[in-house]
Design a protein around this ligand. Structure first.
Ligand code: NAP
Length: 447
């Protein structure tokens, strides 16, 4: 029998567990997560109004319910939790699938002003992450600036532009729903530093912005036309060409009378967040022009865009896990086909998959081949050299050492509590937003 610990129960962790049990007849997998709830960014990152992507949880559930897989929630690994070294004593192999837990910084003055948040903080709040800051993101906000033109930027812009009728059927927490329902945000500016043909969002997500019931997208044809590939998209890859077609359509569409407007802007590089009355009041951008090599250069001309809320959506970033090597430049763990490298040498028994392996890019499905590659390495290594580990069941050992994991029945109890909360509010399932409520539900204290 081989025992493997997978650290992290998001898509990469679940796909890793799935590949392991599919490819090895006697492997037993424990999927550890510091949260009592599984599914990582599928639960805490995918926007609540993307029900179809959220339903992927049903596929991941079948993995965690496999007879040779155990979910052990509420188990932190690294600083303050079970050490990487201890896991190696308990398991033949450990696969770290811990994602990219923080956001990239802009590095401009004013970034820390009240009213300036990372998109991930906003996403965590409306997704009921138990570590989210409960704060008035949209209080007294009329205009918001979203910096960046990736899919996360599209998500947060869309959430700001949706009305309460559209959000009620989702599983978002009640407090966030009520706050967004009372929002007075009418202008959302989503701003890219390069051109429309270089935006990172995908066409399906972009198109969705144009289909919102009480919001419409405004683009400036002259600004879009600064991009030579917008004027002649024939040389672009298909995905970018489709984006350009969508924006060309919007450039031809007359303005509509809707409650909210999404201004899609390009060739504006953020240089400073400006304060007004002790909080953010505007973003100063420098206008850029294409440099002919896919980048941009500054023009020395500036534009201030008024905003009482700034969401910095410029990508995620991996953070070091105590006991594991880390490449600070890339924000990833150095690896060779998924094998952790310590000072360039393969560390026996330690592996990575997902964003901590390859950086925060790609859609959920990208994690599947990534996990397969890591599992292929792991199984090849296990076939060659068997590592000696303690014989006792790691769950019993962890319990004896004072760790009290939330096991699958505990998670199912959280699910039931969330369904009951939804029913009491006349909504479908509504997520529990804080640690106390989650842990009480997991213990069965809520009836
Ligand atoms: P992303 O796709 O990497 O986009 C980051 C954006 O920030 C880019 O527009 C980038 O511009 C911009 N940016 C970076 N540094 C900047 C700076 N200093 N100043 C101004 N702009 C800056 O990241 P993401 O949106 O966080 O998404 C992460 C991954 O999750 C992506 O693979 C995404 O597709 C995926 N995701 C998918 C979905 C979905 O499928 N529905 C939803 C959410 C996320 P440059 O291009 O100029 O660098």
């Amino acid at each position: 029998m081989m025992r493997v610990a997978v650290v992290g129960s998001g898509p990469s962790g679940c796909y890793t567990a799935q590949s392991l049990v599919q490819l090895h007849p006697s492997v037993h997998v424990d999927v550890l997560d510091r949260l009592p709830c599984p599914y990582g960014l599928v639960r805490y990152g995918v926007a609540p109004d993307h029900e179809k992507i959220k339903s992927l949880q049903n596929t991941l559930r079948t993995v965690l319910e496999h007879e040779r897989v155990r979910f052990l929630g509420g188990v932190p690994v690294g600083a303050g939790g079970v050490s990487a070294a201890r896991l190696l004593e308990l398991y033949h192999a450990v696969v770290y699938c811990v994602g990219a837990a923080t956001d990239r910084r802009l590095g401009v003055p004013g970034e820390e002003l009240p009213g300036s948040w990372s998109a991930t903080e906003f996403v965590s709040w409306y997704s009921a992450h138990p570590d989210a800051v409960a704060d008035g993101f949209v209080r007294d906000v009329r205009a918001a600036v979203v910096i960046g033109v990736g899919n996360v930027a599209v998500d947060v812009a869309r959430m700001l532009a949706r009305g309460v009728t559209e959000l009620s059927p989702t599983d978002m927490p009640q407090a966030a729903l009520l706050t967004l329902a009372a929002s007075r945000v009418t202008e959302v500016h989503m701003v890219g530093r390069r051109g429309p043909s270089q935006a990172r969002f995908t066409t399906k997500e972009l198109r969705e912005l144009g289909g919102l019931p009480d919001a419409h997208v405004i683009v400036d044809p002259a600004e879009l036309g600064l991009d030579p590939d917008f004027l002649d998209p024939s040389g672009l890859p298909a995905a970018q060409r489709r984006n350009v077609e969508v924006m060309r359509g919007w450039a031809r569409t007359p303005d509509a009378d809707t409650a909210r407007r999404i201004h899609l802007r390009f060739f504006l590089r953020p240089v400073e967040l400006l304060a007004r009355d002790g909080r953010v009041g505007a973003v100063r951008f420098e206008r850029t022009v294409p440099d002919g090599h896919g980048g941009v250069t500054g023009t020395g001309r500036f534009e201030d865009v008024e905003a009482q809320l700034v969401l910095r959506s410029v990508g995620y970033r991996g953070i070091p896990l105590e006991g594991l090597p880390f490449d600070a430049g890339r924000g990833t763990v150095p690896h060779l086909a998924g094998r952790v490298l310590r000072e360039g040498v393969v560390a026996p028994g330690e592996y990575v998959a997902g964003w901590i392996k390859r950086g925060p890019t790609g859609v959920i499905g990208t994690n599947r081949p990534c996990a397969k590659e890591t599992v292929a390495s792991l199984l090849a290594d296990a076939g060659a050299v068997a590592r000696e580990v303690e014989r006792a069941d790691p769950l019993e050992v962890l319990r004896a050492e004072g760790v009290a994991p939330v096991e699958w029945p505990g998670w199912r109890a959280i699910e039931r509590a969330e369904a009951a909360l939804g029913a009491s509010l006349g909504r479908p399932t509504v997520k529990l937003p804080d640690w106390d409520a989650l842990m009480a539900a997991a213990r069965g204290d809520t009836d």
